[in-house]
Design a binder for this molecule. Structure first.
Ligand code: HEC
Ligand code: HEC
Ligand code: HEC
Ligand code: HEC
Ligand code: HEC
Length: 359
């Protein structure tokens, strides 16, 4: 009995994950897509934005890389990594470089709700992977379990993406403020079925997209979930954003979205207006870094399923082209400056959707 308990506790504490490279030979399409996702690039070695914020975070001074729980959850030295002892992330450690690893995600057995963040409960069986595809052949490398409700409901994401509170109890990354997203199929939009086989051992028409369409990569795949509408008036016109997203358009507090409206007459710009959509955290009405914030000081972000109308007091003439661009930057430019992020990707303007209307 004693031996059994010992064995069980060691497998729980030292749960090791098969490396991503093990999956490549049989799942080449999924492996390749995954390399382009932020899950494969969530480390401070590959994500300059994450690195810059980590360097400013007070936990960096303490030497406790607690970010590992979500950014490098397959690390084999997790305990030391999150403890305040200064060992810090190690670029030579392959288990840290596997970032949000294939085997880690596919071993999430349950999600435990928590006040600060939720927590993933990992299955102790290293070679049994959860999936949602009922129709499958056997794999010579691993077992397959398609009975896990989090995979079947498409929300196995909520252990890391639900919420994150700071020491003042403020939800700084509020995907799921009141648990309203528990029954949302995140996979339906972020992992749609795309062409190509699941594995090389059997031909299937499609597989779940593992590039995880998001703000960094493949955002065009998500454009259809926000409509841009145009309505002319006697004295001006209206552009509406109609969101079909079950969460705010952007979630991370570093982001800024914008709606740029241009009117062209005979090829010349005769009107330009830019609206900014942001969620700013702070204290006493002023912006602060997330770890010092006590409140949301401003929130103009497009909310879940919101339709928002913007009125323009500009009289259109017949033949005018009204161009509406809905886009965003990953990091607000003044913040990028403060964080000393040099990577141009951080402040590049991404266009999620463009619409042109002729009056
Ligand atoms: C509970 C899980 C969790 C923890 C712990 C966590 N993060 Fe994250 N982090 C996420 C998720 C999920 C995202 C993606 C959010 C999004 O894009 O909306 C993210 C995104 C980020 C981003 C944006 C990256 C980019 O490229 O735009 C930064 C910066 C960041 N985290 C910093 C940190 C730092 C620093 C720590 C540790 C002090 C940390 N995070 C701890 C889950 C976590
Ligand atoms: C030797 C080949 C092989 C290797 C290596 C391999 N797999 Fe598989 N895997 C398969 C086959 C075959 C299937 C079933 C495909 C089908 O039904 O068409 C499969 C299916 C799956 C499924 C789908 C379960 C479902 O039905 O929804 C998951 C998840 C999975 N593999 C994860 C992994 C991960 C993670 C790795 C790497 C750690 C990996 N596989 C490595 C062969 C392999
Ligand atoms: C183990 C924790 C974890 C799990 C589980 C997880 N994610 Fe993530 N996810 C992250 C982290 C951390 C990031 C941010 C990486 C970065 O930017 O450095 C991220 C980033 C993303 C992004 C990219 C956001 C952007 O800014 O481009 C998308 C989209 C995403 N996750 C969707 C999902 C979906 C859908 C699921 C469930 C099927 C899921 N995630 C499960 C940790 C996780
Ligand atoms: C109806 C489609 C849809 C569903 C369902 C959905 N999302 Fe999204 N998600 C989007 C769109 C659209 C964006 C905006 C992407 C952009 O602006 O580039 C987005 C953005 C994101 C981002 C990036 C935000 C940022 O600030 O970087 C993350 C992370 C994310 N979603 C996670 C989730 C999770 C977790 C779930 C499940 C609870 C989910 N999404 C459900 C459509 C959806
Ligand atoms: C962030 C979590 C996450 C990561 C990381 C991840 N997967 Fe998946 N994977 C899922 C989810 C969720 C599904 C089920 C998708 C659905 O319901 O359509 C899935 C489905 C699959 C399937 C079955 C394909 C299908 O059409 O359902 C295979 C095979 C697979 N994953 C292998 C991998 C491999 C190999 C990697 C790494 C290269 C990987 N996964 C990384 C969450 C993840």
């Amino acid at each position: 009995m004693k031996k059994w308990i010992l064995l069980l506790s060691t497998t729980l504490v030292f749960a090791k994950f098969a490396p991503n490279s093990d999956c490549k030979s049989c799942h080449p399409k999924i492996f390749k897509e995954y390399q382009s996702s932020m899950h494969a690039n969530a480390t401070i070695f590959k994500d300059p934005i994450h690195k810059a914020v980590w360097l400013k975070n007070p936990l960096h001074k303490k030497g406790a890389y607690r970010c590992a729980r979500c950014h490098t959850p397959a690390a084999n030295n997790m305990k030391e990594l999150i403890a305040p002892n200064g060992i810090g992330p190690d670029p030579k450690n392959p288990t840290q470089n596997d970032a949000v690893a294939c085997a880690y995600c596919h071993r999430i057995k349950k999600i435990k709700s928590g006040f600060i963040t939720n927590k993933n409960i990992i299955s102790p069986e290293p070679k049994k992977y959860f999936g949602a595809r009922k129709d499958h052949i056997a794999s010579p490398y691993h077992q397959i379990d398609t009975s896990n409700p989090n995979f079947l409901q498409g929300n196995v994401c909520m252990g890391c993406h639900s919420h994150k509170r700071n020491k003042f109890g403020l939800n700084v990354c509020s995907t799921n403020e009141k648990g309203e997203l528990e029954n949302t199929r995140c996979t339906s939009c972020h992992m749609p079925q795309v062409q190509g086989s699941v594995s090389i051992l059997r031909k299937t028409a499609t597989h779940a997209f593992h590039g995880f369409a998001g703000a960094h990569a493949h955002s065009k795949m998500l454009a259809k979930y926000v409509d841009i509408e145009f309505l002319p008036h006697l004295k001006g016109f209206e552009i509406s954003l109609n969101s079909h997203i079950p969460h705010a358009m952007l979630l991370h507090p570093a982001r800024v979205a914008f709606l740029k409206v241009i009117v062209k007459r005979g090829g010349k710009k005769v009107f330009t207006k830019v609206e900014k959509l942001v969620r700013i955290l702070g204290a006493n009405g002023k912006p602060t870094p997330p770890w010092l914030a006590r409140a949301v000081v401003k929130d103009t972000m497009l909310k879940a399923n919101e339709k928002r109308d913007f009125f323009y007091d500009f009289k259109l003439e017949s033949g005018d082209r009204v161009i509406a661009l809905l886009g965003y930057r990953l990091v607000k430019p003044p913040l990028a400056k403060k964080l000393n992020i040099k990577d141009p990707l951080a402040t590049k303007s991404f266009i999620l959707k463009k619409a042109v209307f002729i009056y």
